[in-house]
Design a protein around this ligand. Structure first.
Ligand code: NAP
Ligand code: 8YV
Length: 335
């Protein structure tokens, strides 16, 4: 039972609130929403579109789940929609600007995953440079009995450029400081009170560093910004790590850069068309490829899931959203 609710009639009233889910989410979210609201599971219906049409006039909340775009066309169908609670800090699958124009709140799950994703980014960086998955495969294949694994590249003396020095980018930078590495960053503007060098140009930063750590959000503004020119600037000893969004990196250009040895290697947790990963990338043995697991620990996914539920609870209890995104700031009204 939510802390601020107690009276049976209040709880009963919330049970009349229809919340739409497009694809199945973790049990904590499914059960948390179903406990308080009337949860509409679109994926269980034989015809998803017909199901949405049938319930549309009453749907007030949405927890979309993964892999579905929530755009103006979908919002058009849901005239009573008040809030979209996204599972994840990145919300590039939701047209938040459009939601804002319609007075619909969008929430995400910031902070609760920051340290987890930063840990993963460092793990991926080390795994990529020191070839840890390949070394593991070598041992399992019995090859150590024949000869030692060849010497690898090093993290030592590298300079790291962070694309997207936000919450996760800063947590990555803090860890890299402890590794004794020099750090720079690129974003839309220089930040105050940050001890790292700001590069107004991504290409200029790529020229100056030998690790490009991408932690930037997806969306039209960042689409393909890590392009062939950036990779050429990073150079033949350069390492690209992407834990932001797959769309930020031009995947075709990356494949070409890896094939032509224009960069040394890449560690990727995110891809342009997930969960589909190009065969050409899979064939590049020295790249390290992870299936979007940055936040994927039980601890952190539970915290994210709980924040999805708590945003809906708070909104429909009249207390406003807990973590609205920038495009839909809360101005004081509530359900
Ligand atoms: P955040 O605090 O909002 O940071 C995003 C940073 O990106 C900001 O510092 C921003 O800097 C920069 N940025 C935004 N637009 C940009 C642009 N057009 N050009 C250059 N830089 C730009 O978000 P966060 O919590 O750190 O999360 C960052 C992203 O990580 C998420 O959006 C998500 O895509 C990704 N993520 C991935 C995983 C995973 O499992 N791999 C998990 C969580 C998050 P300026 O405002 O100065 O430009
Ligand atoms: C999630 C993420 O795995 O928070 C994000 O932006 O990319 C990850 O934490 C993802 O959103 C769940 O689909």
């Amino acid at each position: 039972m939510p802390a601020a609710l107690g009276r049976p009639q209040e709880i009963e009233a919330l049970k009349n609130v229809d919340v739409l889910m497009l694809s199945p989410m973790m049990p904590l979210v499914l059960e948390g929403i179903a406990r308080e609201f009337n949860l509409l599971k679109a994926w269980e219906a034989p015809d998803r579109e017909a199901f949405i049409r049938e319930h549309a006039p009453r749907i007030r909340g949405m927890a979309p789940g993964s892999h579905y775009r929530v755009d103006g066309a979908l919002m058009d169908k849901l005239p009573k929609l008040e809030i979209i609670a996204n599972f994840g800090v990145g919300y590039d699958t939701i047209d938040a600007a459009e939601a804002g124009r319609r007075g619909i709140i969008v929430t995400n799950t910031p902070d609760v995953l920051t340290e987890e994703v930063a840990d993963l980014a460092i793990g991926l960086l080390l795994a990529t440079i020191r070839q840890l998955p390949q070394v593991d495969r070598y041992l399992r294949a019995g090859k150590w009995l024949e000869k030692p694994y060849p010497l690898t590249a090093t993290l030592r003396d590298r300079k790291v450029g962070i694309l997207g020095l936000g919450r996760i980018g800063k947590a990555v930078a803090k860890r890299l400081e402890a590794f004794g590495l020099e750090i720079g960053y690129h974003g839309r503007s220089a930040q105050k009170d940050v001890p790292y060098r700001f590069y107004p140009s991504l290409v200029e930063m790529a020229k100056d560093v030998d690790v490009l750590m991408c932690v930037a959000p997806g969306g039209t503004e960042t689409k393909g910004m890590v392009n062939a020119e950036v990779m050429r600037a990073l150079g033949p000893d350069g390492v690209l790590i992407n834990v932001g969004r797959g769309s930020v990196v031009d995947e075709r250009a990356l494949i070409e850069a890896l094939r032509n040895k224009e960069i040394l290697t890449a560690g990727l947790d995110v891809f342009e068309d997930e969960p589909r990963v190009p065969k050409e990338l899979i064939e590049i043995e020295h790249a390290v490829l992870l299936p979007h697991v940055g936040s994927a620990s039980v601890h952190t996914r539970n915290a994210m899931g709980q924040l999805v539920v708590d945003n809906l609870s708070s909104w429909f209890a009249g207390r406003g959203p807990l973590t609205p995104v920038a495009e839909t700031p809360w101005t004081g009204r509530a359900a």
